[in-house]
Every structure is written in structure tokens, then in C-alpha cells.
Design a protein around this ligand. Structure first.
Ligand SMILES: [Zn+2]
Length: 69
């Protein structure tokens, strides 16, 4: 089974994006996570956002997860 989640991201400047993840949660198989980034450039490692670059303001590491209402 594959677990899919989507998180909303927002930069300090107000630029928004999303991070979609597909995660293999099947026991006794090789675990894997695939991230699909929209709105920002950079790489995601261990769910850390500090390497993301905002295309709007050009800053790096200003992106945070947006809490669901
Ligand atoms: Zn920004």
C-alpha cells in the first residue's frame, strides 16, 4: 500500500507551494518515500525545508509548513 500526503508550504514573502509525498508503508518491504515539490525549487531531505529556494523572493530556507485549519 502507498500512503499519499500533501502538505502546504509557504514562504515568508507569501509565496505558496505544495509538497506531495508518496510513502511505502507496507511492512517487510523496502521503505521508500518519493517527494513531489510544487512551487519551490531545491531538494527535500528528511522533511527538512531549509534547502528550498523560493522563486518569488529568491531566498533560501524561508519556507515553512502551513498548518491545516
Ligand atoms: Zn519567498
Amino acid at each position: 500500500m502507498t500512503l499519499r500526503t500533501t502538505s502546504n508550504l509557504k514562504c515568508e514573502c507569501g509565496h505558496e507551494g505544495t509538497l506531495s509525498s508518496a510513502e511505502n508503508d507496507q511492512p517487510y518491504s523496502i521503505p521508500w518515500v518519493r517527494h513531489d515539490l510544487n512551487g519551490f525549487s531545491g531538494t527535500i531531505a528528511d522533511w527538512q525545508l531549509d534547502r528550498l529556494r523560493c522563486p518569488s523572493c529568491g531566498q533560501e530556507g524561508r519556507v515553512e509548513y502551513v498548518e491545516e485549519p
